[in-house]
Ligand binder design. Structure first.
Ligand SMILES: Cc1ncc(COP(=O)(O)O)c(C=O)c1O
Length: 381
């Protein structure tokens, strides 16, 4: 048990629940630390709200409750000092949908979309799926810390560049972009008249107490006008299977273009997603605070144990429950297979645009994480 009683140490058997994370290795002794969901039960308030909604028994077409919109507005104000209006919000069944809609909504086929790599794979696939060209600008890595390479960014831009897809905080490198980094990006967008699409799904998962997440839309009114911010309670409160996300777009023209890009293709949000989102935002804060403390412990355990593995290093994780581990020093040809054979399922760096790395999801009970790290250490010798 931790603190006031949310038990993050409890091992919940997810086998047989059609969990993507666990089904991948069904019947094999492989601890799955890959896809980004956590093995924790959601906040009790979320579970209770879902029970109540299910008991009602009628599950017709449902629009976003006004009380949910108020809960979102209150949360963004309380957490980030961000004043959002209800009409700026567009509900989406997922953030990946949002990335793809943004690519369709901005510019024309043949235009260019910049993103920083390594990155969550849909950032690289969304532009070509919309007939746009993706331009990958590598993040800089120095002294164990990832950062922006603003010179490379300037070199990458062309008259056809229309959109910058930003991951903030960044999956997989775990950075929370600072005010000066975000200001530099905002100025860059202004100079080249780009739309910014900022995926802030991990904004509620800042682990370092000395840093804070800043929505790029709050950098200046000028930045706000050109920004599509994508948000969701799904990562923070561990409800990604309930598919409830949203875009915040203050500029009416950009918002119209985004909604037009959704066409009739994007389905409604599932009503249970709305229910969970409202309960999470209204009542989930004590749970979130304990979660963050628990995840900090897990992050530190990963850093400590990976530090003992010869030839491996891991960047400090400021936010997310994902560690990005550098094993280029080991020359392992297929790191995912190597660790699977050792009994641990990780995500391969190549999928994120950077081979030689693996991503480890530490959103699980510590006993499971310790065992996975033990297996990795044994395999590496
Ligand atoms: C940065 C980022 N965006 C989006 C997603 C997925 O969002 P969704 O499941 O809502 O499409 C993830 C999941 O790992 C993510 O890390």
């Amino acid at each position: 048990m931790t603190g006031s009683g949310f038990d993050f140490d409890e091992i919940i058997d997810r086998r047989g629940s059609s969990s993507e994370k666990w089904e991948k290795y069904r019947g094999r002794d492989i601890i799955p630390l890959w896809v980004a969901d956590m093995d924790f039960r959601s906040p009790p308030a979320v579970i209770q709200a879902l029970h109540e909604r299910v008991s009602h028994g009628v599950f017709g077409y449902t629009s976003a409750p006004e009380s949910l919109v108020e809960a979102v507005i209150d949360t963004l104000q309380a957490e980030f000092g961000w004043e959002v209006r209800g009409e700026w919000i567009t509900w989406l069944p997922g953030l990946v949908t949002g990335l793809n809609v943004a690519c369709r909504a901005v510019g024309e086929p043949g235009d260019e979309v910049i993103t920083f790599t390594p990155v969550y794979p849909p950032f690289m696939s969304a532009p070509p799926l919309s007939g746009r060209k993706v331009v990958q600008v590598p993040l800089a890595y120095a002294d164990g810390r990832w950062g922006l390479d603003l010179e490379a960014l300037e070199r990458a831009v062309t008259p056809r560049t229309r959109l910058l897809l930003l991951c903030s905080p960044h999956n997989p490198v775990g950075r929370v972009w600072s005010e000066s980094e975000l200001s530099a990006l905002a100025q860059f967008a202004e100079r080249h008249d780009l739309v910014l699409c900022s995926d802030e799904i991990h904004a509620g998962l800042v682990l370092d107490q000395a840093v804070r997440h800043i929505p790029i839309a709050t950098i200046s009114p000028e930045t706000d006008r050109r920004t599509i911010t994508l948000l969701a309670p799904s990562k923070t409160f561990n409800v990604p299977g309930l598919g409830c996300s949203f875009a915040v777009i203050s500029d009416a023209t950009l918002r119209r273009a985004f909604r037009a890009g959704m066409g009739r293709i994007v389905p409604h949000v599932n009503l249970l997603g709305f229910t969970a989102a409202e309960a999470a935002y209204r009542y989930g804060e004590p749970w979130r605070q304990e979660l963050l403390a628990y995840l900090r412990g897990n992050r530190d355990l990963v850093a400590q144990e990976v530090g003992k593995m010869p030839g491996l290093s891991v960047a400090h994780v400021e936010a997310t429950y994902l560690s990005w581990i550098d094993l280029r020093g080991r020359g392992i040809e297929d790191p995912v297979r190597f660790f699977e054979e050792a009994g641990v399922g990780l995500s391969g760096g190549a999928d994120f645009g950077l081979p030689g790395f693996v991503r480890l999801n530490f959103g699980c009970p510590r006993a499971l994480l310790s065992e996975a790290l033990r297996r990795m250490r044994v395999a590496l010798g």
